[in-house]
Write a protein that binds this ligand. Structure first.
Ligand code: ZN
Length: 367
C-alpha cells in the first residue's frame, strides 16, 4: 500500500500551524495547556501549547518538541499534527506534545527568540559561561558594521583562512558551537535562562517526568544535512545508557557528534543536556534533523538575517529588508515543496513509531 502523505499537516506560517495543531488536539481526549508568551496579544497570539495524551500515570512517556529553533518549526509542527491525525496511542505509553517551544522565532521566521537567543545554546550553567575563542576571532566578520559586497567577501575570506588553519569541523564549531559574549551575534546562548528554558524546567515537574520509568524525547529541527533526509542525532555521551538505547530503538542510522559521525558538531548549552541532567539514564533524547540546502548557504542567510534584525528589528513596523530576510529564512529552513514534505512525514512517522516501540519493550539496558 502506498504511504498516504497528509501534506496538509503543514501550516504555512506559525498561526496556521498552531490552528492545525489545536484542531487536531480538540478531537482527542487529551489535556491541552497553553503557555502565553510575554509578547502575546489578541491580534498576534504567541504561545507554546502543550498536549498530554494518555494515562497521567503512564510509566513511559514520549515527548515530541517542535520549533526549538523558531523558523524550523514547520516540519516539527507538521510531524505532530500528522501523528495526532493518523496514529493511535499504544498501551502503557503517554505522549506529551510541545508545540512551538520558541513561538516568537516561529512567528517571525527567526531561528532565535525575542532576545536573539539561540535556545539550543541556552541550557548552560550561567555560573560557568564558556568562552568560544574561535567565534571571538571571527566575530567582526560574522556580524559586520555595514552590509555590502566587501563585507560578504571579507567574511568568506576569513572563514576560508580559518578553515585552512583549523579544518572544517573546527570552523563549524567556532561559528555555530555557541557563544555568550556577543548578544547581537550568531548562535548566542544568552546571559540567563530564557522564557522557553524556564518552561521546559517547569513542565518536567508539572508532568512528573523525573518519576517515569523511561522517557523518549524527539526534538525536530531542519537545516542541516542532505535535502529531505531526517538524521537522528544522538548527543548522549558514547556508550552511555541513552546512546545505547538510541541505537537499539532507532537503528544504525543514529549519528553521534561526539564520534564525528554526524553532520552536527559538538555544541554548548543544548536543550538535550537539561533533559539528561534532570532525568539521567531514564531519558533517551534524539534530535531529528531534516536537511534542506548547503551549510555555506545557511551561514550566509543567517548572517544577513542577523545583521538586518540587529539594525532594524526594534522598530514596530517591519521594514522591507526584514521582509526580505524573513522570506530567505523561510525558504532555507522550510522547502515548501511536496517532495520535501513527504520525506518529512515518512521519516517522522517512522522515528516516532520506533520511539513508541522502544518505550514499550523491556530492553534490559538499565532496568
Ligand atoms: Zn535547529
Amino acid at each position: 500500500m502506498p504511504f498516504d502523505f497528509d501534506t496538509a499537516s503543514f501550516g504555512q506560517d506559525y498561526w496556521q500551524a498552531r490552528e492545525k495543531f489545536l484542531s487536531a488536539c480538540h478531537l482527542l481526549p487529551g489535556r491541552l495547556t497553553t503557555l502565553l508568551h510575554p509578547l502575546h496579544s489578541q491580534v498576534q497570539p504567541l504561545a507554546t501549547d502543550l498536549f498530554w495524551l494518555g494515562d497521567d500515570k503512564a510509566e513511559n512517556v514520549l515527548v515530541i518538541i517542535s520549533a526549538t529553533h523558531g523558523v524550523e518549526g514547520f516540519c516539527g509542527s507538521a510531524a505532530q499534527v500528522n501523528w495526532l491525525r493518523h496514529e493511535v496511542l499504544p498501551d502503557k505509553v503517554a505522549v506529551l506534545f510541545i508545540h512551538a517551544l520558541n513561538p516568537f522565532g516561529f512567528a517571525h521566521l527567526r531561528r532565535v527568540n525575542e532576545d536573539n537567543i539561540d535556545l539550543n545554546r541556552n541550557f548552560i550553567d550561567f555560573n560557568q559561561v564558556p568562552v568560544n575563542e574561535g567565534y571571538q576571532a571571527l566575530a567582526d566578520v560574522l556580524l559586520p558594521s555595514a552590509w555590502d559586497e566587501s563585507s560578504v567577501t571579507d567574511c568568506k575570506q576569513a572563514l576560508a583562512e580559518f578553515r585552512d588553519k583549523h579544518g572544517q569541523r573546527k570552523t563549524e564549531e567556532a561559528v555555530s558551537g555557541g557563544q555568550y559574549q556577543y548578544p547581537g551575534g550568531l548562535f548566542y546562548g544568552g546571559m540567563e535562562p530564557s522564557w522557553s528554558r524556564r518552561n521546559i524546567e517547569l513542565l518536567m515537574q508539572d508532568y512528573q517526568l523525573t518519576d517515569r520509568k523511561k522517557v523518549a524525547v524527539v526534538d525536530i529541527h531542519s537545516g542541516l544535512g542532505p535535502y529531505g533526509y531526517g538524521e537522528i542525532i544522538c548527543d548522549h555521551l558514547p556508550d552511555t545508557t541513552g546512546a545505547k538505547r538510541a541505537r537499539r530503538w532507532f537503528g544504525d542510522s543514529v549519528t553521534e557528534p561526539a564520534l564525528g559521525t554526524s553532520t552536527s558538531v559538538p555544541k554548548s548549552g543544548l536543550l538535550d543536556y537539561a533533559w539528561q541532567q534532570a532525568l539521567g539514564d531514564k531519558v533517551c533524547y534524539v534530535t531529528l534533523e531534516f536537511g534542506t540546502y548547503a551549510l555555506e548557504e545557511m551561514f550566509e542567510v543567517l548572517r544577513e538575517e542577523n545583521y538586518v534584525w540587529q539594525q532594524e528589528g526594534t522598530s514596530t513596523l517591519l521594514s522591507n529588508s526584514i521582509n526580505r530576510v524573513q522570506q530567505r529564512m523561510r525558504g532555507y529552513f522550510y522547502p515548501d515543496k511536496s517532495d520535501w514534505k513527504e520525506m518529512v512525514l515518512f521519516r517522522s512517522s517512522q522515528v516516532l513509531a520506533q520511539a513508541l516501540r522502544g518505550l514499550q519493550e523491556q530492553d534490559g539496558i538499565s532496568d
